[in-house]
Design a protein around this ligand. Structure first.
Ligand code: ATP
Ligand code: MG
Length: 806
């Protein structure tokens, strides 16, 4: 089979690196053991690499990509590699690039979600969506679901939006659309659920929006329904590689199957379709013992049944662990050994026994955090470890707070991965809602969110009048806003406010249309919407943090604008071909896809030196020289939900296995005798996982909490105690004034406003040659409609648009 089928459109962006000698075979195989080499060099049939933690699965996958490009001459554009987080994708790309050079940038290394977005942006019309569709995240979904439940007049106590969403999500992960759900509804409860799903889906469509699960389901439906589209992607992706395969759900599995299954086995669908294409070469790597996403529909069977699903598959086992000491591995093996029905595999390491595991029983969670903080100090002082080598894990996000408080007090620099949920903060969401609505005005959820934020006198009554107009004329809410003068019953004052709002939005939209950089648009949004002034004038001390967060968001946008290729969801093929500017739409996509396991990109060199706090789920795939596994209490970890349920308990145990195996040389385990939950102290017994550890492996520094004798240092911090603020934002020390000055500076016209007349020929930086159709407004408000041929007619605010009169 040829692996270098030339792809239309790809030659034009073929590698422009100076001719270089690629790495030699030996270099590509260096530092790999025999089975690892076999996996890298494997040719042909689907390949499954199953192996325990730290055995080099990810390393093999990365090397194989380099091998495919360098030795088997696969076009980088024909490679699709799937990772679990955007961060992992970025790292993998970097590694491959180190090995084979810049041309590796063309390959797709991304999460399932990012890959699907890229496909859907190109093909969305087939599914009846515009290509500028919005991606709704959890919070948007919840708002929309609340609207849906109101629409259907459901009792909010019985039908909570969160639960409904969970149900809908499960349907989508199983690839069941509203029609399937309706067909299979056998009682009134199920009928209600199906009705909710139907309405929710209709609402999404009206808003030209997709939720996260739709991205996958939509892509699968696309490939199933349109054989010619499927063949296009099959022709394009000759190699598909998936890391962490144990955590794929059914929809993700179906996607891979569409691309990689042998078409001869398929029935129906493509019989009468386009010409058949050989399936892509598939490699998946995973570890059934690390499957920890069942609650999101991940199906461990995908890995167990691989050989049945792909009948000619080859399996390779890796058994040597290169990450941890034998002590740590023995602990991990002992714990996971308590799960039933698993394939026994014994990991071994040549690293020697190393240090014993250190155990600590704390009086309460503060004492535990203090212990961790002191140990981190000690390890740093001893000189062999830097703070950046250490990580603190916990079961749930909320547990980070105490560590943050103690670290702030002791001056220990740290970062919280995932838990801070930067993108879920109110001000960040507001800012993004502005941006999203600029790109996709049909996006009602975003538009309504910011219509009166900051307050500009457009109240509920006014909104209702506009909505009535939209309903009457069957038009979008945005269209109705633009025609608010026709809205029956709208007060004059409200009308004036709405018109002011519409004018502001249109002005900002013309910046977007002009292809203005994301950071510049964002700064203008913050300045012109009055958002910055609103926060500055507030007395609420929290609003200062909010300003910092917005400054942080601007910094993220700027970084993106300056190097869109750094973004995992950027399509290098398009960027290099000049099709996509580092514009706003691309930025929003990147932001939307920052999965909850990710955080804002940290370009800060300081971060090399800070302790990482994260949940166990987030820690998957990573490794640290020293790991603190905290909160080992029954009811905390394992989670209370799992205590009476064998299946869930086994999933928790796999999570413990993941946690333990992240450590390279030092592992700490701790628990608190008393922990406050919801403001009240609760006494938790030690985690059952602690009892599963061989006693000789653990050096208990403190076994029984001697609470009465223990004189606790005052860590309460009194009234002034501040809950951990995000450190990165603080460090960058942006002041609001700086943001504004920046906005003002950037908002200045970059060039003279060209004086144009209809019929004039112009040259635009991104859209190329165009002809002026018409002009509206005067001076720096002049908006020109310019016809760019195949790119269509664009309305551009000349003050910003990079156009030149010819
Ligand atoms: P996980 O299951 O946690 O995702 P993994 O199987 O993907 O782990 P890797 O992260 O690829 O394992 O590798 C673990 C560590 O071992 C890494 O530091 C990697 O560089 C190193 N490693 C892997 N294979 C070898 C080898 N043959 N020689 C030396 N070091 C190796
Ligand atoms: Mg891995």
């Amino acid at each position: 089979m040829s692996t270098s089928i030339p792809l239309p459109g790809l030659e034009s962006v073929a590698p422009s690196d100076p001719p270089r000698r690629g790495p030699s075979r030996e270099q590509l195989l260096e530092g790999l053991n025999e089975p690892q080499r076999a996996a890298v060099m494997h040719d042909g049939a689907p390949l499954l690499v199953v192996a325990g933690a730290g055995s080099g699965k990810t390393r093999v996958l990365t090397r194989r990509i380099a091998w495919l490009i360098s030795e088997r001459k696969a076009h980088p554009g024909s490679i699709l590699a799937i990772t679990f987080t955007n961060k992992a994708a970025a790292e993998m790309k970097e590694r491959v690039e180190e090995l084979v050079g810049k041309r590796a940038r063309i390959m797709w290394v991304s999460t399932f979600h990012s890959a699907c977005v890229r496909i859907l942006r190109k093909e969305s019309d087939k599914l009846g969506y515009k290509s500028n569709f919005s991606i709704y995240d959890a919070a948007d979904q919840k708002r929309l679901m609340t609207l849906v439940c109101n629409d259907l007049d459901l009792d909010p106590k019985r039908f909570q939006p969160g639960a409904m969403l969970h149900w809908v999500s499960n349907q989508k992960n199983e690839l069941r659309d509203p029609e399937d759900a309706t067909k299979d509804a056998h009682n009134s409860l199920e009928e209600t659920y199906a009705a909710v799903y139907t309405t929710y889906q209709r609402r999404l469509r009206e808003a030209n929006a997709l939720d996260f699960d739709d991205l996958i389901m939509g892509t699968v439906h696309l490939l199933q329904t349109f054989p010619e589209v499927r063949e296009t992607y099959r022709r394009r992706f000759r190699h598909v590689l998936v890391d962490e395969y144990q955590d794929t759900n059914h929809a993700q599995y179906a996607l891979i199957h569409q691309l990689c299954a042998d078409p001869m086995e398929d029935t129906g669908a493509d019989r009468d379709g386009a010409e058949r294409v050989e399936p892509a070469e598939l490699m998946v790597v995973g570890d059934a013992d690390q499957s920890i996403y069942a609650f999101r529909g991940a199906n461990i069977r995908n890995i167990l049944d691989f050989e049945q699903d792909f009948p000619n598959a080859t399996s390779i086992l890796l058994e040597q662990n290169y990450r941890s000491t034998q002590t740590i591995l023995n602990a991990a093996n002992a714990v996971i050994g308590h799960n039933k029905g698993r394939k026994e595999k014994r990991l071994w390491s040549e690293a020697g026994d190393g240090e014993r595991i250190v155990g600590y029983v704390a009086d309460d969670e503060r004492d535990e955090a203090r212990f961790v903080s002191e140990e981190i100090d000690k390890l740093t002082d001893e000189g062999d470890l830097r703070p950046g080598d250490m990580a603190v894990f916990y079961r749930t996000n909320a547990q980070s707070r105490v560590f943050e408080e103690v670290f702030i007090r002791t001056g220990q620099p740290y970062k919280v991965v995932g838990g801070v949920r930067f993108y879920e903060r109110r001000e960040v969401r507001d800012a993004l809602a502005y941006l999203r609505m600029l790109v996709n005005p049909a996006d009602q959820v975003s538009l309504r969110r910011i219509l009166n934020t900051p307050k500009r006198g457009i109240g509920d009554r006014a909104v209702a009048c506009v909505q009535a107009l939209a309903d009457r004329d069957r038009t979008t809410f945005w269209e109705a806003l633009r025609r608010a003068d026709e809205a029956p019953g709208l007060a004059t004052r409200s009308l004036t406010m709405i018109q002011g709002f519409v004018a502001m939005v249109e002005e900002l939209q013309s910046m977007v249309d002009a292809g203005e950089r994301a950071d510049v648009v964002l700064e203008s949004v913050l300045a012109r919407s009055g958002y910055l002034t609103w926060l500055e004038e507030s007395d609420d001390p929290q609003d200062e943090t909010r300003l910092e967060n917005l400054a942080e968001l601007v910094a993220v946008a700027r970084e993106f604008a300056e190097d869109p290729l750094a973004g995992p969801s950027a399509d290098p093929t398009d960027v290099e071909a000049g099709i996509v500017a580092p514009g706003l739409g691309d930025f929003l996509e990147r932001v939307a896809l920052v999965a909850d396991t990710d955080q804002i990109p940290d370009d800060d060199p300081d971060d090399q030196g800070v302790v990482t706090l994260m949940t166990l789920h987030t820690a998957k795939g990573l490794e640290f020289p020293a790991v603190f596994l905290t909160g080992l209490e029954d009811g905390v970890f394992p989670h209370s939900r799992a205590l009476g349920d064998q299946t869930e308990l086994e999933e928790e145990r796999r999570l413990a296995y993941v946690g333990v195996t992240r450590a390279r040389s030092r592992l700490y385990i701790s628990r608190a005798v008393v922990r406050s939950a919801w403001g009240a102290p609760s006494h938790n017994p030690g985690s059952r996982f602690l009892d599963e550890l061989p006693v000789d492996l653990v050096d208990w520094r403190r076994t029984e909490a001697a609470q009465t004798q223990w004189s606790r240092p005052d860590l309460s911090g009194g009234a002034g105690a501040r809950i951990g603020a995000p450190t990165a934002a603080g460090r960058r020390n942006f002041s609001a004034a700086a943001v504004r000055a920046d906005a003002a500076a950037r908002a200045k016209p970059a060039r003279e406003i060209p004086s144009l007349d209809p019929g004039d020929r112009v040259l635009h930086d991104s859209f190329g040659l165009g002809t002026v159709v018409s002009l509206e407004g005067v001076a720096d408000k002049t908006v020109a409609s310019i016809d760019f041929g195949s790119d269509g007619v664009k309305r551009l605010l000349l003050r910003y648009a990079p156009v030149e009169k010819l």
